[in-house]
Design a protein around this ligand. Structure first.
Ligand SMILES: [Zn+2]
Length: 187
């Protein structure tokens, strides 16, 4: 949990930023903006403070000599980039080869969304996510594919709304082709 004193300091910092930008803090419309902004940033970075969601396992109850992979495609997640603190909208596809017990579907999705909820650099995040899933899903092998639209290059800087960044990582010899759609429609 963030202490009250720290919240006040964070809200003050946003006030300084607004003044720096030329905003008039006495305007009613922005009276509660520092509080709302801090709350929004807390939500987008909750993975820094909350523990990872507990993964529940179910026995496979079937003796397969070589169990096939489980694929979950296009999990929608949101991050912020660690360089600009602007949103990154993500689709994340994962494949894993389970052990004798399989993790619950919704828990895998929750874990992926939790993992994304922090400041990231997508290239490093993808590697870390592969290691995290390998451990938390007790998987024999894992593959992840991440497709991100970074607002810092979409709405500012190069201002290119058409590109997306695709990163992949693999642990073990899982050979699955993952579909991972661009998270925002491209006109
Ligand atoms: Zn950025």
């Amino acid at each position: 949990m963030i202490e009250n004193k720290e919240v006040e300091t964070a809200e003050e910092a946003v006030e300084y930023l607004l003044v720096h930008l030329g905003e008039d803090l006495s305007r009613p419309g922005v009276a509660n903006t520092p509080r709302r902004f801090v709350k929004a940033m807390e939500e987008l970075t909750r993975g820094l403070r909350e523990p990872p969601p507990e993964v529940v396992f179910f026995p496979l109850e079937y003796k397969a000599a070589d169990p096939g992979p489980v694929v979950i495609e296009n999990i929608r997640a949101v991050s912020i980039c660690e360089h600009h603190l602007l949103p990154i909208v993500l689709n994340i596809s994962v494949a894993y080869q389970p052990s004798d017990a399989v993790p619950g579907l919704s828990k895998v999705i929750k874990l992926v969304k939790w993992a994304a909820a922090r400041p990231i650099m997508q290239e490093r995040f993808t590697e870390w996510l592969a290691d995290l899933l390998l451990e938390k899903l007790k998987a024999r092998s894992v593959k992840v594919k991440v497709c991100g639209v970074h607002m810092c290059s979409f709405i500012r800087g190069v201002k290119d709304e058409h590109h997306s960044m695709v990163t992949e990582s693999r642990r073990g010899d899982l050979d699955v082709r993952l579909d991972c759609r661009r998270p925002l429609a491209c006109r």
